[in-house]
Ligand binder design. Structure first.
Ligand SMILES: C[S@@+](CC[C@H](N)C(=O)[O-])C[C@H]1O[C@@H](n2cnc3c(N)ncnc32)[C@H](O)[C@@H]1O
Length: 446
């Protein structure tokens, strides 16, 4: 275990106890649901439903992946594009919105990896799908608290975000200013600013556009919103699940099976034993890009999400107002999600980089020193409501029946990282010993 990570949670001073964050009765998205049983009268005709019915009438039933993509990220009507869906007043809650400790420990993870790989003179921190910017805000507070460790390191922040509304909220959280849209239509950077602690920050719509420099990548509850194709095993072979208009009920959608093979079947493993699978080609494209970048320039990617290791079947579900929601009802008003298949992420990294995990959130956070950090914060806090909130947040993150076992951590690192050799090592940098990667091995106090 890296000495820094082992000590990190204790090194952080109590610092600012952040404003009370939401816990109960908010719903996290690791819950399951089966769809299709909602009574028709609860099915308002949303602009998105009208758009989809028009599309299906024109070109025929659509794949679940196309449905998810349209519903979530259609530039005009997509669920993610124009609203803030996170937190008590939204549709669901995520770990960083529950407890500041979550982001603080991830901040320590990045510094620990930066140290373990030879303290590069500069790094980019790239976050995919940053939500409200809460997680990054907690990470940057750790960077400020540990400025003496990071001194002389040239850090920049790069956010990949498709939502205009959320990018505005991220800008307010991280820069405390309203950041204007960039006017240069030729530039892939659509917003640019400086964080409260003086770090340059840029916004992009696509990972491809982020400069290919030495980087640490973070994706928390990002891969689960990428579109999945769903397949059912039948006596005639795999058949894709499609979405069609229900002929029995007006303005209602229903699932049907494709009459013949469809192209996305190529993503199913030849030796697949399950009878229903979900495949996510977009996740594969992003993992290949991350693997390529990390193998060329170094750095690491930390991916945290709920998911499985190639074992689950039907996990497609919806959330609205902290309740499970039928995925086909009132599209555009509810979040859609499917569990991440970590075995597929590992396969698509194609050996270019080493992968670690998935390990359960409970294990990862314990290895990162969550118990020590909780104690420091509890010792410093006299206010009963804050103490209660810290304990409730800890329980939500760690309890195996809540987020502790359903959420997983997975990392991509250069092969050299496991053998003690570094990218871009120069004469001034000493060769570090190949310490185990923090969070993925047991915490060892020295
Ligand atoms: C479930 S939220 C998670 C937010 C945040 N990471 C958290 O844990 O609180 C998903 C995030 O990914 C963004 N997003 C969804 N699809 C995206 C895409 N294709 N490209 C970039 N960002 C996307 C959403 O706008 C949102 O910020």
């Amino acid at each position: 275990m890296s000495v820094f990570a082992a000590a990190g949670a204790g090194l952080l001073c109590a610092g600012r106890l952040c404003a009370v964050r939401a816990v109960l009765p908010c719903l996290w998205r690791g819950k399951y649901f089966s769809s299709g049983n909602e009574p028709a009268e609860n099915n308002p005709v949303t602009p998105m439903l009208r758009h989809l019915m028009y599309k299906i009438k024109s070109t025929g039933p659509i794949t679940v992946a196309e449905y998810m993509k349209e519903v979530l990220t259609n530039p005009a009507k997509g669920y993610y594009v124009n609203r803030d869906m996170l937190g008590e007043k939204g549709d669901f809650i995520t770990s960083p919105e529950i407890s500041q400790i979550f982001g603080e420990l991830l901040g320590i993870w990045f510094i620990s990896e930066w140290i373990a790989t030879g303290k590069n003179a500069a790094f980019q921190l790239v976050e995919l799908g940053p939500g409200r910017g809460t997680l990054l805000g907690d990470i940057l507070r750790v960077f400020s608290q540990l400025a003496s460790v990071l001194k002389n390191c040239d850090i920049s922040i790069h956010l990949v975000e498709v939502s205009q509304k959320l990018s505005e909220i991220q800008a307010l959280t991280l820069t405390e200013e309203k950041v204007l849209l960039e006017r240069n239509a030729g530039s892939p950077v659509y917003m640019k600013g400086v964080t409260k602690s003086g770090i340059p920050i840029s916004w992009y719509r696509d990972l491809q556009d982020v400069p290919k420099e030495y980087s640490f990548y973070l994706a928390h509850e990002f891969f689960d919103v990428l579109p999945v194709h769903k397949f059912q095993k039948t006596p005639h072979g795999w058949r894709e699940v499609l979405i069609d208009i229900d002929p029995q009920v007006s303005d209602k959608l229903r699932f049907v099976l494709a009459p013949c093979a469809t192209p996305a079947e190529a993503f199913i493993q030849c030796d697949e034993t399950r009878d229903h699978v979900e495949v996510c080609p977009d996740a594969g494209v992003i993992i290949q890009e991350l693997s390529q970048r990390i193998s060329l320039t170094g750095g690491a990617a930390l991916i945290a999400d709920y998911g499985h290791d190639g074992t689950k079947t039907d996990t497609f579900r919806g959330f609205c107002g902290h309740r499970l929601h039928d995925v086909l009802i009132a599209p555009g008003t509810a979040d859609l999600t499917a569990d991440v298949d970590f075995s597929y992420l590992r396969r698509t990294s194609q050996g270019k980089v080493a992968s670690l995990g998935p390990v359960k959130q409970q294990t990862f956070l314990r290895n990162m020193g969550i118990d020590v950090r909780l104690k420091v914060l509890l010792d410093k806090s006299d206010e009963p409501s804050l103490r209660q909130q810290l304990l409730q947040g800890y329980d939500m993150l760690m309890n195996p029946t809540k987020m502790g076992e359903r959420f997983n951590f997975f990392a991509l690192i250069p092969h050299q990282r496991l053998h003690g050799r570094n990218h871009q090592m120069n004469a001034c940098q000493s060769k570090p010993s190949p310490s185990p990667v923090a969070g993925f091995g047991e915490l060892a106090w020295r």
